[in-house]
Ligand binder design. Structure first.
Ligand code: NI
Length: 183
């Protein structure tokens, strides 16, 4: 299974909306396997299709390594054509990062619970509520499918703090431990 290069900040594909997939073809299955391979190789907890240059409405995640001891674990999960039906609970600020914006982290406030409708790895329809760390990763990855990045939530001041980093990433000069798409 090949490891796919990760698309980084300012590539237009990260700003495009994705398209739902019609069915789970062998090509899509193998693409999903590649997404997992790519995510684990880069020590990510989630990866959305646009981050590897695809416009499919798919993200994969395995948030278990970051879960608190008292939190439920889920193992590897695939979300195909996801829709966030409802966001619930208090907004909680927490540090986030993104494989497409290497070495930049900042606090983002997100609701603590989400109700998501999606198709799983077998293309079966699911309606499930998630909370805690998993709910945060789902919201971050779902945003990717809508062309939204976590830095979009930051204040103008906070964004300015990251300006130098973003410029370096955009110019293709940032070192990463995983392959990125050349600029
Ligand atoms: Ni991300």
């Amino acid at each position: 299974m090949p490891i796919l290069p990760i698309v980084t900040y300012n590539d237009p594909i990260l700003r495009q909306k994705t398209t739902p997939i019609e069915d789970l073809t062998p090509e899509i299955q193998s693409f999903i396997n590649d997404m997992f391979e790519t995510m684990y190789n880069s020590d990510g907890v989630g990866l959305a299709a646009p981050q590897v240059g695809s416009n499919h409405s798919i993200f994969v995640m395995d948030a278990d390594p970051m879960a608190d001891e008292d939190e439920e674990t889920f193992g590897p999960m695939v979300f195909i054509n996801p829709e966030i039906i409802e966001k619930k609970g208090e907004k909680i600020p927490m540090d986030e990062g993104c494989l497409s914006i290497p070495q930049v982290t900042d606090k983002v406030s997100r609701p603590e619970k989400v109700l998501v409708k999606y198709r799983d790895g077998e293309f079966n329809e699911q309606n499930r509520e998630f909370d805690g760390w998993v709910a945060r990763v789902i919201q971050h990855e779902f945003d990717h499918l809508e062309g939204v990045l976590f830095i979009d939530y930051l204040s103008a001041f906070r964004r300015r703090m990251h300006k130098k980093d973003l410029k370096e990433i955009d110019s293709g000069n940032r070192e990463t431990s995983y392959p990125v798409k050349p600029k």
